[in-house]
Design a protein around this ligand. Sequence first.
Ligand SMILES: Nc1ncnc2c1ncn2[C@@H]1O[C@H](COP(=O)(O)OP(=O)(O)OP(=O)(O)O)[C@@H](O)[C@H]1O
Ligand SMILES: [Mg+2]
Length: 314
Amino acid sequence: MELIEIKNLYKNFRPKAKPVVYSVRNVNLTIRRGEILGLVGESGCGKSTLGKLILKLEQPTKGSLIFDGEDITGCSFNEMRPRRRRMQMVFQGSSQAFNPSYTLRQILREPLDNYYDESDDEKEKLMADMLRKVGLDETYLTRYPHEMSGGQRQRGGIARALILQPEFIVCDEAVSSVDFAVKNKILELLISLKNDFSLTYLFISHDIAAVNRICDRTAVMYLGNIVEILPDINSGALHPYTRALLAATLPVNPRERKDDLVLFREDEDMSIPERGCVFQNRCLYTKPLCQKESPLFEQKTDGHFAACHYCDQK
Ligand SMILES: Nc1ncnc2c1ncn2[C@@H]1O[C@H](COP(=O)(O)OP(=O)(O)OP(=O)(O)O)[C@@H](O)[C@H]1O
Ligand SMILES: [Mg+2]
C-alpha cells in the first residue's frame, strides 16, 4: 500500500529565470507504508527540496502529491495543519536545525502546544518518555542546543519529529554530522522506532553505507530528476550515474579501492540540458540519441526503474 504518491512534481525557486532552473523536475515516486526509502545524489541535486515538498514546507510549481489516498497538492498552510501532525521532518544540520535560544524543553513543547490539549504535567511526561526512547533523559530538557553534542542534538531532532507520533518522517542527513559509533546507534534507533511506531521514512543521505544498511529501496537523484530506483542497492545499478556514485564510495579493503577510476566526465556547467538525457554532459557513454531524446523512466526488472536509453546494454 502506498502512503505517498508523487506525480510529475516540479519545483522552480526562480520562476522568471531563463533557462528555467528546476530544483525538482518531473519526479514520480511512491513511498510504501512501512518502508524506508533511501534518497541519494550529489549535493544540490534537490534531495532536501523534495523532502520539504512532500511535507508541503515548500509549495510545488507543478505536479501532485497524494498522502494516504488524499490529494494534498492544493492544501493551504491551515489545511495542512491537521495533516502535518502525521508527517514530520528531522532537519539537515543538527546544529542549525534548532532555535539556539530555546532549551530542549521549549523545542519539544512547541509541537505539543500546537496540537495537544493535555495538561502541563502530561506534556512533561510525554517529553520525558520520548527523550528516553531516543536515548536521552529529562535532564536534557533544560539544555540549550550548544550545550549538547552533535549526536545528542541529532537525537533531540528525532525526538521533536516523533513527539506527535507521526506516520511518516523525512530524515534529512540524520547521521551525516556524527562519528561512526554514534551513527550506528542512531541508525539502530531509527530502525527500532520504526518498528515500535509503524513508521515510514524517506531517508536522505550522502552516506551510501548507511543507506545500504537501513533502506528497503533507494532512489537516486541527479539535477532534480530521479534517474533510478533500486530495490536493493547491492543488486547492480543500471544507470551510469548511480554506478559512478556507488563506485565513489570506498570499499573497506584498500586493495579493492580504485583511486584512478574515471567516474564521469568533468563538466563545469551543471545546468539541465535543454534536450535529451539530464546526465548527457557528464556520462561516459553518451550517444547521439541521448542528446536528442529524454529517456523514459521505465521499469527494467521487477521494481527496478531507470531512465537511460542504453542501460540494458552496459
Ligand atoms: N529557498 C531556496 N531558494 C532558492 N534556491 C533554493 C532554495 N532551496 C534550495 N534551492 C536550490 O535548489 C537546489 C537543490 O537544493 P537542495 O537543498 O534540495 O539540495 P540537496 O540535494 O539537499 O543538497 P545537499 O546534499 O547539499 O543538502 C540547489 O541548487 C539550491 O541552491
Ligand atoms: Mg539537503
